[in-house]
Design a protein around this ligand. Structure first.
Ligand SMILES: [Fe+2]
Length: 426
């Protein structure tokens, strides 16, 4: 038995193999039913250790870590019956599921060097929301590009690998090439949500608002709300509605698909997407009721009571500051996360300053974080929150020319857009 990438599988059950292949494809394409398909694989062959490991990873995508650890325990109990790849795969996922990210990263890189076509393992490092993306290290955008480029020769005409390579190209500024590669990927699998996501980022990075929202809204219509990218793609759509001045459409999208209580994605997406769109709306000149900030701040406290990843922490700080929860901002500053706390601290202080309308202080603090905010993780589009927060604060100080020059210097493709109220006229 072999999977779709021709890796040998230790099961002798064709049903188990078929369900496993389907489950992996659903995970790689952001389609729902991942844990259902992995469950069917292990029901068809209760001795299929990789099926349980995949199930664990599926639960992780659903944010259900208790079930993920339980499935990983079952994988270990079933035991290693396959080859060296399976043993290495189980070891790497065991570390990952049990929260040992640093050790998992070392094991996964060694595994991918030896077995580059083990896509389920390779996937953990391939996007901005992966082990490299959240490493907090300088140069991580280039590292993802190098990583995905090195995978390419092993995959050839494969929709998943091409979509990951295209995203890395996009995030490193190679939009033209990224566009050609994602077209190739989407032609092979138009319903890959990761592919639609990359296509959306390329439109965003090119300032193509009308084309982007037309494409994305059409793509989203048949997309199951349980797909793990549904909420985040809805954030992209809401952001474009805001840019178009369609504020009512933006609120409808937020209320139906993005905010806590409606989005089915992981808490990291629900928190960061909601906090981000609320402040992007404020920057664009839209009034945001304080109750909305309060709801996001409460959600952040519920799921992330302590400092965690820098990308999460800056959005928590923003939500707490805007909700008037000064103590929660202070906690993120007093006990910052180990890898990007040096960047989270000035950003958190900046949002506290913005909430007090201390614009000059906010500018100084944000400027100190601008040198390499990619270390915080997330995409360029997501970190435009920081770029535009700085521009908004400069405008409050009447420093219009400085804001205009900064935008042209740092985000030239977005010059002329309406992302920051008052900037476009200058
Ligand atoms: Fe995105």
């Amino acid at each position: 038995m072999r999977d779709r990438y021709d890796n040998p599988l230790s099961t002798t059950s064709p049903d188990a193999r078929d369900h496993y292949v389907e489950a992996v494809d659903r995970l790689l394409a952001g389609q729902p039913g991942i844990t259902t398909a992995f469950s069917r694989a292990v029901e068809a062959d209760p001795g299929f250790a990789l099926g349980y490991a995949g199930l664990a990873r599926g639960y992780q995508f659903e944010g259900n870590m208790k079930m993920a650890k339980s499935a990983m325990d079952q994988a270990r109990q079933v035991g290693q019956t396959g080859d060296d790849r399976e043993a290495s795969h189980l070891n790497a996922f065991g570390l990952l599921i049990n929260g040992k990210a640093a050790e998992a990263y070392v094991a996964i890189r060694a595994h991918v060097d030896a077995y580059p076509r083990d896509a389920l393992v390779a996937q953990t490092c391939s996007s901005v929301f992966g082990l490299i993306g959240f490493s907090g290290q300088p140069g991580r955008e280039a590292e993802i590009l190098a990583y995905t480029a090195a995978l390419l020769p092993h995959y050839g005409e494969d929709w998943w690998c091409l979509s990951q390579y295209a995203f890395a190209l996009c995030e490193n500024g190679a939009q033209h090439k990224a566009s050609a590669v994602i077209d190739q990927s989407l032609a092979l699998n138009p319903r890959n949500a990761n592919g639609a996501h990359v296509r959306s980022h390329i439109y965003y990075e090119s300032g193509e608002t009308d084309l982007g929202i037309a494409y994305l809204d059409d793509w989203l219509k048949p997309y199951d709300r349980a797909g793990y990218l549904h909420g985040h793609l809805s954030w992209h759509s809401a952001l474009w509605s805001l840019e178009q001045g369609e504020v009512e459409t933006m609120w409808q999208r937020i209320d139906a698909d993005v905010q806590p209580g409606v989005a089915q994605g992981l808490p990291i997406n629900v928190l960061t997407d909601t906090a981000s769109i609320l402040y992007r709306a404020e920057l664009a000149g839209v009034d945001v009721p304080k109750e909305r900030w309060k709801a996001v701040s409460d959600y952040a406290l519920q799921f992330f009571p302590n400092a965690t990843l820098g990308f999460i922490d800056i959005h928590s700080a923003l939500a707490h500051a805007m909700a008037g929860n000064v103590e929660a901002v202070a906690r993120l500053i007093e006990a910052p996360n180990a890898t990007t706390g040096d960047l989270v601290t000035p950003v958190a202080q900046a949002y506290a300053a913005i909430a007090r309308q201390s614009w000059a202080e906010a500018v100084d603090l944000l400027v100190s974080a601008m040198g390499d905010h990619a270390r915080l993780g997330g995409s360029r589009a997501q970190r435009d929150l920081l770029e535009f927060s700085l521009l908004g604060a400069l405008l409050k100080l009447g420093k219009d020319e400085e804001a205009k020059h900064l935008l042209a210097l740092r985000r030239p493709a977005l010059v002329g857009m309406r992302s920051v109220h008052g900037l476009r006229a200058h």
